[in-house]
Design a protein. Structure first.
Length: 387
C-alpha cells in the first residue's frame, strides 16, 4: 500500500493524461500487430510481430532512461551541437554503408536492430532550432525574411545539409513532416508573419517541384493521388481506373468504406489478410477503419489531438523559452506524422512512407517517438530542477 502511494505521488509530477493516452495507443498497436500475425499464421508475419516486441522493449528502455534523467533540459541545451554532429554523421554513413530496400537507402543494420537515422533527425532538429531561437530570443519579433537570411545563416546551412542528406535517401515524407514541424516552431516562436508566409510558399513550391519533376515514381504517385483524391471533384478530375500502383490506395479506401460506422469487428475484414500491402505499417489506419469503423478511426484521431493539446499546454507552462519550443516541437512532430499517415489512408494526401506513431510496425519510429514522449514528460514535469 505504501509502495502504491509512493508511485501515485511520483507520477503526480508528470502529465498522467499524456502517459495514459500513449500507453493506450502502444497497447492497441501491439494488439493490431498480433491480430495481423495470427490471421495470416505464417512464420514471416510472426517474426515481424516478434521484431515489433523487440523494438518496443528497446523503446521502453530509452523511455525510462530519458524520462528519469535529471536536468534533461540542460543536457539537451548543452550538447545539442554534439547530437547534431552525430545525426549528420549517421546520415552520411547510411548513404555509404546503409541497407537499400525498394530503391531507398535508409537503414543501418545493427544485426539485432535496423535503425533509420532520418528518424533521429526529427527530435535533434527540434532541439537545435529551440537552442538557436533561445539565443536570439530578443530579436525574433523584428525578424523578417531579409534579416532571417542575414542573421540565421548557420541555421539555414545546417537545415539544408540535413534536408539534402535525407533527400538523397529518397525519404520525402520525412522531409515533409520535418519541414512542417520546423515551420510550426518558427510560427509559434513569434517571428514576423511575412517571414512565415514566404517560408510556407517556398515549402509548397519545393514540394511541388520535388514531387512532380524529379523521380518518376514520385510523379506517378501524384497522378494516382489526383485520380483517387478525396478532392478530385473540387479539382475537376475524372476518376478513372489506372493500372499498377493504384492498387494500394484503392484497397485502402475499400477497407475503410467496408468498416462503416461500427466496423466489421476484430475478426472481420480483408485488409489484414494482405489484400492491402503494408497494412501493418503505412496503411494500418485503413485496417483500423475497417475493423473498428468510423468510430474507431475518430477515437484514434481524438487521442492524437489530445496528445497535441496536452503538449501545447505543457509548453505554455515551461520554465524557459527553450523548454517551450522543445515540448511544442516534439508534440507537433508526433501529431503531424499521425495526421499525414491517416491522410494517406483516406486519400486526402499523396502516398508517403510514414508510419502511424506508437501503432504501426517500425522499430526506428517506435523508439524515436517514445523517446520524444519521454522528453515532453520530463521537461514538462512539475518537479524538474531548474539550474
Amino acid at each position: 500500500m505504501i509502495y502504491l502511494t509512493k508511485m501515485k505521488s511520483f507520477f503526480a509530477d508528470y502529465d498522467q493524461i499524456v502517459l495514459v493516452i500513449a500507453l493506450m495507443l502502444i497497447l492497441f498497436g501491439v494488439y493490431l500487430q498480433f491480430n495481423i500475425a495470427t490471421s495470416l499464421g505464417d512464420a514471416f508475419q510472426m517474426g515481424m510481430f516478434v521484431n515489433q516486441l523487440k523494438s518496443l522493449f528497446i523503446a521502453t528502455i530509452v523511455f525510462l532512461f530519458v524520462f528519469l534523467l535529471p536536468n534533461l533540459s540542460n543536457l539537451l541545451y548543452k550538447y545539442s551541437f554534439f547530437f547534431l554532429g552525430v545525426v549528420i554523421t549517421l546520415l552520411i554513413f547510411v548513404l555509404v554503408y546503409g541497407v537499400s530496400t525498394q530503391g531507398s537507402t535508409r537503414w543501418i543494420n545493427l544485426r539485432f536492430f535496423s535503425f533509420q537515422p532520418s528518424q533521429l533527425a526529427h527530435p535533434i532538429m527540434v532541439i537545435f532550432y529551440a537552442k538557436y531561437f533561445e539565443k536570439r530570443r530578443e530579436g525574433i519579433k523584428n525578424t523578417g525574411f531579409v534579416r532571417f537570411i542575414r542573421n540565421y545563416k548557420p541555421l539555414i546551412f545546417i537545415t539544408l545539409v540535413i534536408f539534402a542528406l535525407i533527400y538523397l535517401e529518397r525519404h520525402l515524407s520525412t522531409l515533409v513532416v520535418l519541414a512542417l514541424t520546423l515551420l510550426s516552431m518558427i510560427f509559434l516562436a513569434d517571428f514576423k508573419k511575412s517571414l512565415i508566409v514566404i517560408l510556407v510558399l517556398l515549402f509548397v513550391g519545393s514540394f511541388w517541384v520535388t514531387a512532380n519533376l524529379t523521380h518518376n515514381y514520385r510523379s506517378n504517385r501524384m497522378d494516382i493521388y489526383a485520380k483517387y483524391s478525396l478532392f478530385h471533384k473540387a479539382l475537376g478530375i475524372d476518376r478513372q481506373e489506372i493500372e499498377g500502383d493504384s492498387y494500394q490506395i484503392r484497397e485502402s479506401l475499400t477497407a475503410i468504406s467496408q468498416g462503416g460506422f461500427w466496423g466489421t469487428g476484430s475478426e472481420g475484414g480483408r485488409a489484414k489478410h494482405m489484400f492491402l500491402p503494408d497494412v501493418n505499417s503505412d496503411y494500418i489506419f485503413a485496417m483500423i477503419g475497417e475493423q473498428f469503423g468510423f468510430l474507431g478511426g475518430f477515437i484514434i484521431i481524438l487521442l492524437f489531438s489530445i496528445l497535441l493539446f496536452r503538449s501545447l499546454l505543457l509548453s505554455s507552462q515551461a520554465h524557459s523559452f527553450f523548454d517551450m519550443l522543445v515540448i511544442m516541437g516534439m508534440g507537433i512532430n508526433i501529431f503531424v506524422t499521425a495526421i499525414v499517415n491517416i491522410g494517406v489512408s483516406l486519400s486526402a494526401l499523396p502516398s508517403t512512407g510514414l508510419t502511424l506513431p506508437f501503432i504501426s510496425y517500425g522499430g526506428s519510429a517506435m523508439v524515436v517517438n517514445i523517446g520524444m514522449l519521454a522528453v515532453i514528460l520530463n521537461i514538462g514535469s512539475k518537479k524538474r530542477v531548474v539550474a
